[in-house]
Design a protein around this ligand. Structure first.
Ligand code: SAM
Ligand code: SF4
Length: 370
């Protein structure tokens, strides 16, 4: 039974966005486990008000695992020589996009390792109009291709990209530097988010929770960072070790570690929903990697977006950011049926055929006189 301090706090948070003090955000993140049902229910009520009992869906295409960067936590980092590198060609991506459109997906996410070459920039620039053509412009496209020069973001926006997902990973510059080589700069990443917003993208960011050296205060600051950056979408998830990385090599994925990482990921979703209200919030694959029903738990804690994997099976094993990636054996068609059953199983429905722009973004662009 939640005490009255908790009841008051949750009721107040539910009334309007940003109605929690920094100390309360941090306190909610550390509630005892017995209070978590109350936290999740309060967040779910806000989610229900914002987007109903329904889930927006994006088809995820893992376009390639070649990466110029060396983030200490990531399985496809440049220095991991055990990875078989691949890059999908245009015809593969268009085939997956056409399939997704025919199946009723309203949006795609195109994700890959980072490259700043002109060839890569042009590849994406040429691809985007072809994706638009196959759906008569109906498919929404989110890019998640790392940091780029302003001009590259501008070219991709002009070519038809609608959204961009660039996680800040952690809003703490100190922790960011500890998780990356010296030439990976926090300030550049943060600036990219501002540029994307100025260019009219729907902007998504996010963090990993449960990182080594991360405190609850850091996570509370991450949620405040989302507010300050005025982002439209958030894709965050628990950190999961990968054995072939500097950060993950000595970290065992015990059952206790799994469940505490999952719980922290769910707490982050719930408190973020309670604090920001109208953003799109993804129940990410990392949740599912920690528990078979992790994504459904994410939906019940306040998430409203899921991103099933469309990548062909032959490449899925080569895009392993962390250990225990789910759905390595299920094709996109099998994923579709399984997903629908899972979503319906928690009392929600899928918004097939809709782009699913975040309410936050829509309101950013509607003038007060409308
Ligand atoms: N390269 C682009 C970038 O970094 O923005 C996009 C692809 S990158 C693989 C997508 C996200 O994977 C990263 O933003 C990071 O948060 C997440 N990720 C990488 N390694 C992870 C790990 N070990 N556990 C959980 N998430 C991880
Ligand atoms: Fe590359 Fe992104 Fe992985 Fe960093 S997180 S190594 S940029 S794919």
């Amino acid at each position: 039974m939640p005490d009255s301090k908790l009841e008051d706090c949750l009721a107040r948070a539910g009334e309007k966005p940003h109605n929690l003090s920094p100390a309360e955000v941090e306190w909610l993140l550390g509630l005892p486990s017995s209070d978590l049902p109350a936290l999740y229910q309060a967040a779910y009520r806000v989610k229900e008000r914002v987007s109903g009992r329904s889930v927006s869906i994006r088809g995820l295409i893992e376009m390639g695992n070649v990466c110029a960067k060396d983030c200490y936590y990531c399985g496809i980092r440049r220095s991991n020589s055990r990875v078989r590198r691949y890059q999908l060609d245009k015809s593969d991506i268009l085939r997956l996009s056409a399939w997704a459109y025919a199946q009723g997906y309203g949006s795609l996410v195109i994700q890959a390792g980072e490259s700043e070459s002109e060839a890569h920039t042009r590849f994406i620039e040429d691809l985007l109009p072809e994706i638009a053509a196959l759906s008569g412009g109906a498919l929404g496209v989110t890019l998640s291709l790392g940091e780029q020069e302003d001009e590259v973001f501008r070219r991709w926006r002009s070519a038809g990209a609608h959204r961009y997902l660039l996680r800040i990973e952690t809003s703490s510059p100190r922790l960011y530097q500890a998780l990356h080589p010296a030439d990976h700069l926090y300030e550049r990443r943060r600036r990219c988010l501002a540029v994307l917003r100025d260019l009219g993208y729907q902007v998504g960011t996010g963090v990993m929770s449960g990182l080594p050296g991360q405190s609850r205060a850091d996570l509370a600051a991450d949620i405040e960072f989302f507010r300050q950056m005025d982002v439209d979408m958030i894709g965050m998830g628990p950190y999961i070790p990968h054995p072939d990385t500097p950060l993950g090599k000595d970290r065992e994925l015990t059952p206790e570690y799994r469940s505490s990482q999952l719980e922290l990921g769910l707490r982050m979703i719930a408190v973020t929903r309670l604090y920001l209200h109208d953003v799109n919030l993804a129940a990410t694959t990392a949740l599912q990697a920690l528990a078979d029903n992790g994504r459904e738990q994410g939906l019940l804690a306040g998430a409203n977006v899921i991103m099933p994997n469309l990548t062909d099976l032959e490449y899925r094993r080569d895009y392993q950011l962390y250990q225990g990636k789910p759905c390595l054996e299920e094709s996109a068609g099998q994923c579709r049926g399984c997903l629908e059953a899972r979503v319906v199983g928690v009392g929600e429905s899928i918004r097939w055929g809709e782009r699913g722009d975040s309410l936050h973004y829509q309101q950013r662009f509607s003038s007060p006189l409308d």
